[in-house]
Design a protein around this ligand. Structure first.
Ligand code: ZN
Length: 284
């Protein structure tokens, strides 16, 4: 009887993780096989960069996701494990900004350009390159202080437009912008909102983005290594002043870059922590 109860308990065991809207969480798994099945999509389980016999999955949560419980299952061979994702409110602040009015209510002649640039970016972000180009933690792209965090709700010239999709670094004068990690350059372009833009594909659905640049040192298709000087910061696009905007897209979802880099860093932390992070085990 006692054994039966124990077996039943382990079968019903659920691992639960808390993650704020707009953030990502990394879940470490005992093997690099299978998928995490979410209600609306599947996430591939990836081999651990240091211990390839272990696995992990990156789960980015959309900024607009309301607090809720998301029941997921890790499916591999004939095994399944229940993993609960609890979306919690990240409580982002509000920012009020003044910019050139044409960047809030764009004139009709640029609407097509904006739509094309958006479609082009979405096509890039939704493509998942199967190989991984990096094997160490991501680093900040510029030697400067942060002036605006990810996630603040933004009112431009009195109109609530969106939220801040990345982190801003001070760059009053043009400063070298460095690749956050190894990858391949997939976009180098002057865009309406983001100005001079570079996007790097790091593989497995992870892209880093660098906006408002004044000069490019790379072209599409170039492989880059971490720390490589890819551009000069500037004041192009929708801006209140010169700075570097830095962001991450993960599996097509915009995510807090600082939190994402911190999560990736846990993969390189010693000792290996399988199924941990902010996980708590619940028996039902
Ligand atoms: Zn920004």
């Amino acid at each position: 009887m006692k054994i039966f109860v124990l077996i039943l308990l382990s079968l019903l065991q659920v691992f639960a993780f808390d993650v704020g809207n707009g953030k990502s969480v990394i879940i470490m798994l005992e093997s690099p096989q299978g998928i995490l099945q979410l209600p609306d999509r599947n996430i591939t389980v990836l081999p651990h960069p240091v211990y390839p016999k272990e696995g992990f999955a990156i789960i980015p949560i959309d900024y607009y996701k309301q607090p809720q419980r998301i029941d997921t299952q890790w499916l591999k061979a004939d095994e399944r494990k229940n993993i609960e994702i609890n979306v919690i409110n990240s409580s982002y602040p509000t920012e009020v900004l003044s910019v050139d009015n044409s960047k809030v209510c764009p004139p009709p002649e640029v609407l097509q350009r904006i739509a094309l640039e958006k479609a082009e970016a979405e096509a890039i972000y939704n493509h998942i390159t199967p190989e991984r180009y990096w094997n160490k933690p991501f680093v900040r792209p510029i030697d400067s202080i942060t002036t605006s965090e990810y996630g603040s709700a933004r009112t431009y010239n009195g109109v609530l437009k969106s939220y801040h999709g990345g982190v801003d670094f001070r760059a009053k004068i043009p400063l070298p912008v460095l690749a956050s990690n190894d990858g391949v350059v997939v976009l180098v372009k002057e865009r309406y909102y983001s100005g001079g833009t570079v996007i790097i594909d790091h593989g497995e659905g992870v892209y880093s983005c660098y906006f408002h640049l004044s000069e490019f040192n790379v072209k599409v298709g170039d492989p880059v290594i971490q720390g490589q000087n890819i551009a000069l910061s500037g004041a192009t696009g929708r801006i209140t002043g010169p700075h570097l905007h830095f962001g991450f897209m993960v599996q097509g979802i915009q995510t807090d870059p600082i939190e994402f880099m911190a999560q990736i860093e846990t993969l390189f932390a010693q000792p290996l922590r399988v199924a941990q992070n902010n996980e708590k085990s619940i028996d039902r």
